[in-house]
Write a protein of this length. Structure first.
Length: 443
């Protein structure tokens, strides 16, 4: 039995009623709605009590009780180098001494914009903001302002942050909560959003034939990773590109999760398709609050102050964010990061698949680069409906068994796992050992 498993038997973290984490969560419930600032952190999908973390380093989180967990959430995507990477921490410390926000131009804004424009296909100009949500809100406003049309097309299971018009058939925490839509969104707003099934070429064609002249833009995660993880079928992204070109609608790739993660140029680079606009976040901020919209100058120049589409932000392009983002991108560039990340993803996903097969549990393991997901179903997963067939009760038992062995995977079937450069092969081997144990006990 390896060291990790031995340690696992000594302490259990979420089940104990008197743990520090559970006391803190009670206190959090008093002051914060649901005790969390983002719903999926509440562990509703898997049950049990969430834990509190006070420190993180490399592939590890350290709970307030001092327990070391192998982390496959990585801050929900930003920490592609691992937690508290020295290059990012140094950049932050050096920058903070000179001020945290100026409210006027600072050179780091150009540095980050240039790195993004060089990597992301079609990104001629870049506007920074504070979150992926804000980036997506701005992108659809820009699509509407540029085309003078109102309709936005999205895909069920794709998540674009908590933007009113896009909180229709979303993914991420929405699925986790089993709430397909949010209260508080006027029906008049939702009525301007068309929702299509992902990977359904015919449905996209039919909608464009019917309403193409009114469609301002199509927004999608080219690699949907907020309902677990599934991939675009050959021809799907190509068709959307052709339809948008033919009907003069704006094609928006939401690469908040995939930009600089699956490749420097995200899914657009991997699949060789250039969108008109791209939204970014997560990796480009090195763990600080960030978002970006980028794309063709012709469209981007519709933003204020040049154009009539408004977007602004007190903290947009602040020096801490741009320093952390540039440090992270430079570190990725400096080594063959994406190749190594893909190797890690492959070893872990192949291992999970083999382990499940040996345990006689039907699973679908999807993986692309350093992102992966294990669905407990015997059927292939190509869209949200397929994903929903996964046995979520089995997933919850799997989650808790791994957590007891000090391995933290996303606390929901409908979120994907992230690896970082700091997850070496030994950690992945330890994880596979634990997964074997988990699969044997949870089925
Ligand atoms: C995380 C995410 C968002 C939202 O970003 P926030 O920074 O949380 O607002 C939008 N789109 C996708 C694809 C995401 O993964």
């Amino acid at each position: 039995m390896n060291g990790l498993l031995q340690k696992a038997h000594k302490s259990q973290i979420t089940t104990s009623k008197k743990s520090l984490s559970s006391e803190l969560f009670d206190e959090a419930l008093r002051w914060i709605p649901g005790g969390v600032n983002s719903p999926v952190r509440a562990f509703r999908a898997v049950g049990g009590q969430p834990f509190f973390v006070t420190r993180a380093a490399g592939p590890f989180l350290y709970t307030i009780e001092g327990i070391q967990l192998i982390d496959y959430v990585c801050g929900w995507g930003p920490h592609i180098l691992g937690h508290a990477d020295k290059r990012i921490v140094d950049a932050l410390q050096n920058t903070a001494h000179s001020g945290t926000s100026f409210g006027v131009n600072q050179p780091g804004e150009i540095e980050l914009a240039r790195r993004i424009a060089r990597a992301i296909p079609g990104a001629q100009k870049v506007r920074l903001c504070n979150s992926g949500t804000e980036a997506c809100a701005t992108a659809i406003r820009l699509a509407r302002g540029f085309t003078g049309r109102d309709l936005i097309v999205k895909f069920s299971g794709c998540f674009h942050g908590h933007v009113d018009a896009l909180l229709v058939a979303g993914g991420s925490g929405q699925l986790t909560l089993g709430q397909p839509e949010s209260a508080g969104i006027p029906s008049a707003v939702a009525a301007l959003t068309r929702v299509l099934p992902f990977n359904d070429i015919q449905a996209a064609r039919s909608l464009f034939q019917k309403e193409g002249k009114h469609i301002a833009g199509v927004i999608l995660e080219p690699i949907p990773a907020n309902a677990g993880l599934y991939l675009p079928l050959p021809g799907f992204l190509e068709t959307l590109r052709e339809l948008c070109t033919e009907y003069e609608s704006i094609l928006i790739f939401d690469e908040v999760m995939t930009g600089f993660r699956v490749a420097p140029g995200g899914a657009a680079q991997l699949f060789g398709i250039t969108p008109d606009l791209t939204t970014l976040g997560k990796v480009i901020g090195g763990g600080l609050p960030v978002g970006a919209v980028c794309g063709l100058s012709e469209i981007m120049d519709f933003l204020a102050p040049l154009g009539p589409v408004y977007h602004a932000g007190t903290l947009a392009g602040n020096p801490l964010v741009t320093a952390a983002g540039c440090a992270q991108i430079d570190a990725l560039d400096a080594e063959d990061a994406w190749c190594r990340l893909n190797d890690y993803g492959k070893i872990l996903s192949d291992g999970l698949r083999d382990t499940a097969r040996a345990a006689g549990i039907p699973v679908q393991v999807s993986q692309l680069g350093s992102m992966l997901c294990i669905y407990f179903t015997s059927q292939p997963v190509r869209n949200l409906d397929d994903a929903k067939k996964s046995d979520t009760a089995l997933f919850s038992r799997f989650f808790h068994s791994l957590l007891q062995q000090h391995i933290y995977i996303p606390p929901s079937q409908f979120e994907c796992w992230f690896l970082s450069l700091s997850h070496g092969t030994q950690i992945i081997e330890d994880t596979l050992q634990a997964a074997k144990q988990a699969l044997l006990t949870c089925s």
